[in-house]
Design a protein around this ligand. Structure first.
Ligand code: SAM
Ligand code: SF4
Length: 443
C-alpha cells in the first residue's frame, strides 16, 4: 500500500465516479468536498488517482453489474491498484458480497454512511477492508463540511428515501425511509451555494415533493413553502426540483408555478405506464387519468410549462393493449423530454417474481417505438420554441472560440456566441432548433 499513500498514510489524490441519478451526483460532490477537507486533491484529467470512489447505481441490472467491470479496469499496468471504495446503492444492496467478489475493494459504504469515509480510508490505508451500510440519516449532513465554490447550477438534496414501494423498484431498500432535511439547514446550504457562485438550485429528492418541514416561525410547510422562501434569496435566480411523485402533488405546488417567478417552467413527473391496470400492478397508487388531470392543472397554472417523465416498458403482464395505452399517454401529454427504460427485475422486489415476465425482443421493440414517439415530441417542443425570447443561464464554454452553452427556462440546452461569463443570465432569441439543443442569438 505504501506506493499509493502519502507520507502521512493518507491518499493524496482522489477521483469520484458517480453513476445514475442526480442524487448520486450530489452525494459525489459532497464526498469530494469531504475528501478535500482532509487535504486530498482531485486527480487531474488522465492522471492516476490514489483513491477511486465508485458511486454506484442499483436501479437496473446493467447499472449494477457495471460496477464489477469498472473495478477490474482500475488495475494498473504494473499490477498495482488505487485504494478502491464502492459507494452508493450497489454498496447498500450488496455490501459484503462486493468484498468477496472483488478482493481489490477496500471500502464499501452505503449512501447514508459516506460521511464516515475519512475514518474508513484511514483503516484502509492500514490494510483493513471496511464495510459500512448503516442508515444513520440525520448524522450524515451535519457531519459534512460546509459547501464552498459551486457551478452556476447546483444540486441540493432536500429529501431522501422512499416509502412508496413501487413493485419494481429497489430505492426503498437502498435509500431507506422518506426523510426531509430540516428547513434551517436547507436555507443555510442554499445561501452557501449562492455565495459560492450558484445562480440556479435544483432541489433533489427521490420524492422531492413529499418534503415537509417547519419554517422559521414554526409553521408547517411543504415543498412550495420552501421554494417560496428560497426565492427570497437575492442572488438566487432560478429554482427547480426533481423527482416528484404524482400522489404528492399539492395545490400549493401547482399554484407556485403560476406565482413564483424564479420557479422554472419545468416539471419532471414520472408516470411509468399509460395503462391503469399496469400502474396498479406497479403499486403506483395513481391512474393514467389522475396523472393526466394533474398535468392539466400544472398547465392551467403555467401554460408554457415543459413536462418531462419516466416510462418503463415490459413490466410483467404488459399486453400490447397496455403498451398502446402508454403510446397514447405520450400523444396526450406531448412531453418536452422523457426517459424510458426496459423493465429490469431487481432482486427482492415483488415484481421480480411476478408471472408473465416479458420477452426481451418484445421489450426492445416497445422501447424503440416509445423512444421514437418521445424524440418526435421533444424535437417538436424545441421547434416550437424558435422565436421565443428568454434568458439562458451560462453553464460552460462551447468548443468554438466565443461560444457558450447554457439552459433555457425549459431546461433546453442552448448555445450562442458572444460576450459572457459563467453564471450570467443572457437574454437571447432562440433562432434554430435541433433534436437536443437550440441555437440562440444574443439580444
Ligand atoms: N422516485 C421517482 C419516481 O417515483 O418515479 C424516480 C426514481 S427512480 C431512481 C428513476 C426511474 O428509474 C423511475 O422513474 C423508473 O422509470 C426507473 N426504474 C426504477 N426501477 C426500475 C426497474 N426495475 N426497471 C426499469 N426501470 C426502473
Ligand atoms: Fe422507486 Fe416508486 Fe419510490 Fe420512485 S416512488 S423511488 S419509483 S419506489
Amino acid at each position: 500500500m505504501n506506493d499509493i499513500t502519502s507520507p502521512q498514510g493518507f491518499p493524496r489524490s482522489y477521483r469520484i465516479k458517480s453513476f445514475g441519478c442526480q442524487m448520486n451526483v450530489y452525494d459525489g460532490e459532497r464526498m469530494g468536498e469531504m475528501l478535500g477537507a482532509q487535504g486530498m486533491a482531485p486527480a487531474a484529467e488522465g492522471e492516476d488517482a490514489d483513491l477511486v470512489v465508485l458511486n454506484t447505481c442499483h436501479i437496473r441490472e446493467k447499472a449494477a453489474e457495471k460496477v464489477y467491470s469498472d473495478i477490474g479496469r482500475l488495475r494498473r499496468e504494473d499490477g498495482t491498484s488505487p485504494l478502491i471504495a464502492v459507494a452508493g446503492c450497489v454498496a447498500q444492496a450488496e455490501g459484503e458480497e462486493i468484498m468477496s467478489r472483488s478482493p481489490g475493494v477496500s471500502m464499501v459504504v452505503g449512501p447514508q454512511a459516506y460521511h464516515r469515509l475519512p475514518g474508513m480510508i484511514e483503516k484502509a490505508t492500514r490494510g483493513e477492508r471496511v464495510t459500512d451500510t448503516d442508515m444513520p440519516t440525520e448524522a450524515k449532513f451535519g457531519a459534512l463540511p460546509a459547501r464552498r465554490k459551486t457551478a452556476p447550477s447546483a444540486f441540493l438534496t432536500v429529501q431522501e428515501g422512499c416509502d412508496k414501494f413501487c413493485t419494481y423498484c429497489v430505492v426503498p431498500y437502498t435509500r431507506g425511509a422518506e426523510i426531509s432535511r430540516p428547513y434551517a439547514d436547507l436555507i443555510d446550504e442554499a445561501q452557501r451555494l449562492v455565495d459560492g457562485g450558484a445562480r440556479e438550485i435544483t432541489l433533489l429528492g427521490q420524492n422531492v415533493n413529499a418534503w415537509t418541514g417547519e419554517d422559521a416561525k414554526g409553521r408547517a410547510i411543504g415543498l412550495d413553502g420552501l421554494i417560496r422562501e428560497l426565492a427570497a434569496l437575492p442572488d438566487l435566480k432560478r429554482i427547480r426540483y426533481t423527482t416528484s411523485h404524482p400522489n404528492d402533488v399539492t395545490d400549493g405546488l401547482i399554484a407556485a408555478h403560476g406565482e413564483v417567478e424564479k420557479l422554472m417552467p419545468y416539471l419532471h413527473l414520472p408516470v411509468q405506464s399509460g395503462s391503469s391496470s399496469i400502474l396498479s400492478a406497479m403499486n403506483r397508487s395513481h391512474t393514467a387519468e389522475s396523472y393526466i388531470r394533474v398535468i392539466e392543472r400544472f398547465r392551467e397554472a403555467r401554460p408554457d410549462i415543459a413536462i418531462s417523465g419516466d416510462f418503463i416498458v415490459g413490466f410483467p403482464g404488459e399486453t400490447d393493449t397496455d403498451f398502446e395505452d402508454t403510446l397514447r399517454m405520450v400523444e396526450t401529454i406531448r412531453y418536452a423530454a422523457a426517459f424510458s427504460f426496459k423493465y429490469s427485475p431487481r432482486p427482492g422486489t415483488p415484481a421480480a417474481t411476478m408471472e408473465d415476465q416479458i420477452a426481451k425482443e418484445v421489450m426492445d421493440e416497445r422501447l424503440q417505438r416509445l423512444q421514437a414517439a418521445i424524440t418526435r415530441d421533444s424535437y417538436a417542443f424545441n421547434t416550437a420554441s424558435v422565436g421565443k425570447i428568454c434568458e439562458v443561464l451560462v453553464e460552460r464554454k462551447g468548443r468554438k472560440p466565443g461560444q457558450w452553452i447554457g439552459k433555457t427556462p425549459w431546461l433546453q440546452s442552448a448555445w450562442f456566441t458572444g460576450d459572457a461569463q459563467l453564471g450570467d443570465l443572457i437574454t437571447v432569441e432562440l433562432v434554430e432548433a435541433g433534436p437536443n439543443s437550440l441555437e440562440a442569438r444574443v439580444l
